[in-house]
Design a protein around this ligand. Structure first.
Ligand SMILES: *Cc1c(COP(=O)(O)O)cnc(C)c1O
Length: 464
């Protein structure tokens, strides 16, 4: 399989190069040259597979000849054998034809593990084969940092540097990063905001000599391998709940649009999805886009669902590419407008096409607390703030009760104990994996918001 850039001016690359490269050199995002597809019969047969075997079935066509199938299978069994639930992504019935898919049974209790546990192993496998090393640099406001650290820890081909804003991530989230004591993991608490961290990471990538010297790579959701791993659980739920004449609907708490795009990919591959609900908090740029056809970012506001506190959904560029019939010139034009005027508007045909598959919906923090309380009252389930937005969107926006609606639960409630306790008066139980996290010693370096100092820290602390 070859990958092409959404902006059309970067060379096509095979899977392994795309994974190691991340962003295309023309500023675009890589997408597969065509969508591999499965027949109805093949999808029905998927329900016979366990999660790791299903992952192999779904991911193999994206990998093509870049990795022998036996090696890929071993990587995937190793990845999902490390999860806490035998089903890996268990389904729970929440109401009439309403299902919750729990995507928080990985090591850091958020759905990002489903992709980053795979990506860390994939990096190591590809680099060992080439005798090369990589330096991962990332900024985090919460879940990505810990999931990346858990995915990459103790892998000799990788050095990992994660920047987070000092005093601005939750204690559980911070400890999930700083209590990992691996030689190749470096946590840097920056005296600044998340945006400061993010801007320094961008500056490091734009400094091409630094980028090449350290062989920098990214673990954010622009990395295509993350999307492939996320397509798997759409087929997982879909193959179990689908029947003839009964399409599927999904509801997804959304930030960077990576998770929703994986659902779209599953649809293109043959899964009969006819509706997706895109849930947001007060950072409602996507909801406003679906209402108006115009993408205009506002200021990021802090909410009780911090992993969705995002104003620019970077993966939406992949969706635009699809909506415009894969025309790279159209995307180039829109992205130019976006960087020059700060917004863009899609044409009517594209807007209508988007609305035929997607519904946007937003909830305030107050509404989210009420939803969590109501779900607890009527089902006894404790759900986290992000997952609550998905469930509310599923119930509020579903087009019919005839088809299964699957809502994605993206984080375990124990990651946000204060908010949950405030909503329902009960503290969510801590899973055994993080039971001792409050006692484990922390290790991190506090640094000024100073690009030069952080670059030299990375130079001296990497292995190379
Ligand atoms: C990252 C994250 C999201 C948003 O996912 P995207 O793929 O960026 O849209 C939602 N919920 C949780 C808990 C997350 O960690």
């Amino acid at each position: 399989m070859q990958y092409i850039s959404t902006r059309g001016r970067a060379e096509a690359l095979p899977f392994d190069e795309v994974v190691l490269t991340g962003l295309a050199r023309d500023g675009g995002l890589y997408v597969p040259a065509f969508w591999p597809t499965f027949t109805e019969r093949e999808i029905r047969d998927m329900r016979k597979l366990d999660y790791a075997d299903l992952a192999l079935r779904v991911i193999a066509p994206f990998v093509g000849r870049a990795i022998p199938e036996a090696d890929l299978g071993a990587l995937l069994h190793d990845t999902y054998g490390n999860f806490n639930h035998r089903a890996v992504a268990p389904l729970k019935q929440m109401g009439h034809n309403l299902w919750l898919m729990e995507l928080f049974h990985g090591p850091t209790l958020a759905f990002k593990d489903y992709a980053l546990q795979f990506l860390g192993r994939l990096f190591e496998y590809l680099l060992n084969k080439r005798g090369e090393r990589l330096t991962i640099v990332g900024a985090t406001s919460g879940d990505t940092g810990s999931a990346a650290i858990e995915g990459c820890r103790d892998r000799d081909a990788l050095d990992v540097f994660i920047l987070f804003p000092l005093g601005r991530v939750s204690e559980v989230q911070r400890r999930q990063m700083t209590t990992v004591h691996a030689k190749n993991v470096h946590c840097i608490a920056v005296k600044g905001t998340f945006d400061d961290c993010q801007n320094m990471v961008k500056a490091m990538f734009n400094d091409l000599s630094f980028r090449d010297e350290l062989r920098l790579s990214a673990v954010n959701s622009i990395n295509w391998a993350r999307i492939t791993a996320q397509v798997v659980y759409y087929f997982w739920a879909g193959s179990h709940l689908w029947a003839k004449d009964r399409p599927l609907a999904y509801s997804v708490p959304t930030g960077n649009f990576g998770n929703v795009f994986a659902g779209y990919a599953a649809q293109q591959m043959g899964l009969p999805i006819d509706h997706m609900v895109v849930g947001s908090n007060a950072n409602d740029i996507l909801t406003r886009f679906f209402e108006t056809g115009t993408m205009t970012p506002g200021d990021v506001v802090a909410t009780t669902s911090p992993s969705m506190d995002i104003q620019i959904s970077s993966n939406f560029e992949r969706m635009l590419f699809e909506l415009y019939g894969r025309d790279p010139d159209a995307i180039d034009g829109l992205m130019d407008q976006f960087s020059q005027k700060g917004s863009y508007t899609v044409n009517d045909a594209v807007w209508k096409k988007a609305l035929s598959l997607f519904s946007g919906v937003r909830y305030t923090d107050g509404e989210v607390a009420d939803i969590i309380d109501e779900i607890y009252e009527v089902t006894g389930e404790i759900v986290d703030t992000h997952s609550a937005i998905g469930i509310a969107g599923a119930e509020g926006r579903r087009r019919t009760h005839d088809t299964p609606m699957i809502s994605l639960a993206t984080a375990h409630p124990a990651k946000f104990p204060e908010t949950i306790e405030a909503a329902i008066g009960v503290r969510p139980p801590m899973p055994s994996r993080i039971l001792d996290i409050m006692e484990r010693p922390e290790r991190f370096t506090v640094m000024e918001n100073d690009l030069g100092a952080i670059k030299s820290f990375i130079r001296t602390h990497g292995k190379k």
